[in-house]
Design a binder for this molecule. Structure first.
Ligand code: ASP
Ligand code: MG
Length: 406
């Protein structure tokens, strides 16, 4: 059986008219002799609305019931799609997570799919049916409905492709694909035709919001071929695949950035072994994610300045934890909210010397000050003043010739 998984995001099923467009796309694959499995999100805005209802009712609304409510958005969109397909003369039905079942483990609202039972869906496909599967939900060992993390219908689709051994998973969304950088920031951004899982993961985790990062991780682990493309355009999108399938010689594939970081500097920290651990322990215990870190030994050698970045939303909590930390001594705490992290991403940098130098030189030429640096095998990130964000992205885009990307 030649199986393909088509996933539609919230904006793709956001109105009745759009459900019509989606139905036509589904039919086009049926005509190409594919056995089509559809996975859908809720209509855009619906999940947020449901969530706000639970919040208004009670701040301690039980998690189990919250998931029962949140999962209903997908129930609606899937029934609308299958209803429309039936009306157009195609055999189709909705499948809720528990009906398949899609088995999950873990906490409510952040469960993980551990298994998708294949037999019912395979039978249905064999009989010529088009299953429309609810994304974002499953059922746990207590037979209760669970939901994945927000945006989790991407993961549902990727794992359907894995369990049903699909040729491909196509993510239909409201953008034309993955871009070299955010097209809303600069019009030099170009659509990328092929990107590796690793690069895509970095781009997504660093702020390019096309797919949920966890779903890309699943695609990478299970070698699921993914295409990202627009529901509203005939143009080819972006193929997310293994490194070895990419011929393009570009060293850098894309530039991503964040706008929601805060930088904290502790001046005059007593320098002794274990000091960094004492600073970060309470942050870790409170699930605060520390991103970039630098430490400078001060002139005398007895003291050090320590700088790190966190998410802006964690700022108040972090400040409290640092100020109340009895195990450390420092002279001053400085907070800077006007920072952005700009990262260049590309698997090619492992084998290409001089990438770091080129990045720093390009920024220096424009007199852009680098405040913190961090690197991994396939990414270099710099922290800069937020006001220089657009300029930095554009100069790096030019330096690494991303406008020539294929
Ligand atoms: N409807 C869910 C959400 O809004 C899942 C998804 O859209 O992927 O988070
Ligand atoms: Mg989504």
């Amino acid at each position: 059986m030649k199986i393909i998984v088509l996933k539609f995001g919230g904006t793709s099923v956001g109105s009745l008219k759009k459900i019509g467009i989606v139905s036509k796309i589904i039919i086009s694959y049926v005509k190409k002799k594919y056995k089509v499995i559809v996975v859908s999100s809720a209509m855009s805005g619906v999940t947020n609305e449901l969530l706000s209802k639970t919040k208004k009712l009670a701040s301690n609304f039980p998690n189990e019931e919250k998931d029962v409510i949140l999962s209903t958005g997908e129930q609606i969109s899937c029934a609308l799609i299958s209803g429309k397909l039936n009306a157009l003369g195609y055999k189709s039905r909705s499948w809720l997570g528990w009906q398949i079942p899609i088995l999950t483990r873990g906490n409510y609202s952040s469960s993980r799919i551990i298994k998708i039972q294949k037999s019912k869906i395979l039978n249905y496909l064999k009989k010529g049916g088009i299953p429309i599967i609810t994304g974002f939900q499953g059922i746990n060992s207590d037979f209760r409905i669970t939901t994945l993390e927000r945006g989790g219908s991407d993961t549902s689709a990727i794992l359907c492709a894995k369990f049903f051994n699909a040729e491909k998973c196509i993510i239909y969304t409201d953008v034309k694909g993955v871009y070299t950088t955010d097209p809303n920031l600069t019009n030099s951004a170009k659509k990328i035709s092929k990107i590796s899982y690793e690069e895509m993961l970095e781009m997504a985790s660093l702020g390019a919001k096309v797919m949920q990062p966890a779903s890309i991780q699943e695609a990478r682990l299970n070698r699921v071929e993914v295409d990202v493309r627009s529901t509203f355009s005939k143009k080819k999108g972006t193929n997310i695949t293994q490194k070895k399938n990419i011929l393009s010689k570009n060293t850098i594939r894309g530039i991503s950035f964040t706008k929601n970081d805060a930088k904290i500097t502790l001046i005059g920290v007593k320098d002794k072994p274990g000091i960094a651990a004492s600073i970060f322990k309470p942050l870790f215990e409170n699930s605060i994610n520390v991103d970039m870190v630098v430490q400078n030994i001060s002139a005398g050698g007895k003291e050090t300045d320590l700088t790190f970045t966190i998410r802006l939303e964690d700022l108040n909590k972090t400040r409290r934890l640092v100020e109340n930390n009895k195990t450390i001594k420092f002279k001053e705490l400085i907070i800077n909210k006007n920072v952005s992290k700009v990262s260049i991403v590309g698997v090619g940098m492992i084998t290409t010397p001089g990438v770091t130098f080129r990045m720093f030189k390009a920024l220096a030429k424009k007199k852009i000050n680098i405040e913190v640096i961090s690197t991994s095998e396939i990414k270099i990130s710099v922290l800069i003043n937020k006001k220089n964000l657009k300029k930095s992205v554009e100069i790096l885009h030019q330096e690494f010739k991303l406008s020539n990307s294929l």
